[in-house]
Design a protein around this ligand. Sequence first.
Ligand code: ZN
Length: 411
Amino acid sequence: MEGYGIVLSVLVALLVGLAAGKFWERYKLVDGRLLDRRRVRQSPHFILGLNHLVAGQVDLAIEELERAAQLNPDALELRLVLGNLHREKGQVGRAILEHQALLQRPRLNRIEHANVLLCLGLDYRRGGFVDRAVAAFQEVLKLDPNNETALVNLEKLQEDQHQWQEAYVTRQRLAQLAGPPEQPKSQLILAFLENELGLQALKENRLDDAIKRFEAAIELDARVIPAYLHLGDARLRQGDMTGAVATWERAIEVDPERAYLSLERLEQAYETLGQPERFSERCRGLIKSAPREWRARVALARHFTHRGQPSRALELLFEALEHNPHAIAIHQAIWGTLSILDLPKHLVAKYIDITRQSVFYLDPHVCLRCRYRSTELIWQCPHCHEWNSFVEERITPATDTEAEIPAALVQ
Ligand SMILES: [Zn+2]
């Protein structure tokens, strides 16, 4: 009987404990009043605020979420979000004040503390306070070493400041965190960072170090074309012309679409080696394997012009124009060549005929991630900071049946 009594009292104690836990989970004592934690989420203001957010109406969302936050002044997440919304609106000062105030709260746990610092770091980054942003993200990582957002932001800040070695270490941490599925992307980024480190060494005339870096970049990801270009440059500076030529030729094999980047270097190198015919062979090979290739035609045309064969050059330029009527570089080359030939009437007439439908076009490269446009090919997008995200935008000629959207964008 006594045993039964003990079991019963233990059971009652357990139930009381559970009920107290439930009560604690739901209610909270604020200024001597009990507040229902669920009220915040169930309040119409919270839901309305979310709806406005989904509809992209930031001002209305702020208004409603502000009301919801007043229902429970302790709700950390709501104040965090409100600060973030101010930042997104461009009110960085206000966002910083909002987030700094949260840091003053007593009894923030480790993860809450890290979240507040992360938002503050994003405010600083947006406001251009680089040092403070770096410090904030580093603090976050002390509290939460696996915080990917902090690592990504830190990496971008380091890249902005050309701290390539630091960015490299940060990317290695990210690669480790993400595990195998994300590894190819990290490898590509690490390869571009190796290339930057190589360029730094090249500038400081540390040729051996530069070569090691460029080779490491290619080892990490064979698609890093600038590493081939600079590796060739470094080998040339070491007096190894054959090695330089082999490197640039390899770049063309890896990425024929960007062959033109190597062509100028190769043209000079073949000339120095006394084998200028290798240049026209290479260009012909490119044109044959990709019939719509226009840059190889322009490069070969320039080569012919320099060698006193402007008529052959013009023929190639007209072909190039048919494949890409919008590239201003071709038009300029044509006018240059036409004037060398003293503007023969029938060739000028042919030019006018080909270009009747052309729209002059100055922005041939576009970032696949954020659509940033650039007249030059760039390896890292200045807008979204992605590596290797630019493709050449091509408006297909009206007679082409392939597609109406720029060919490069449908890959
Ligand atoms: Zn971009």
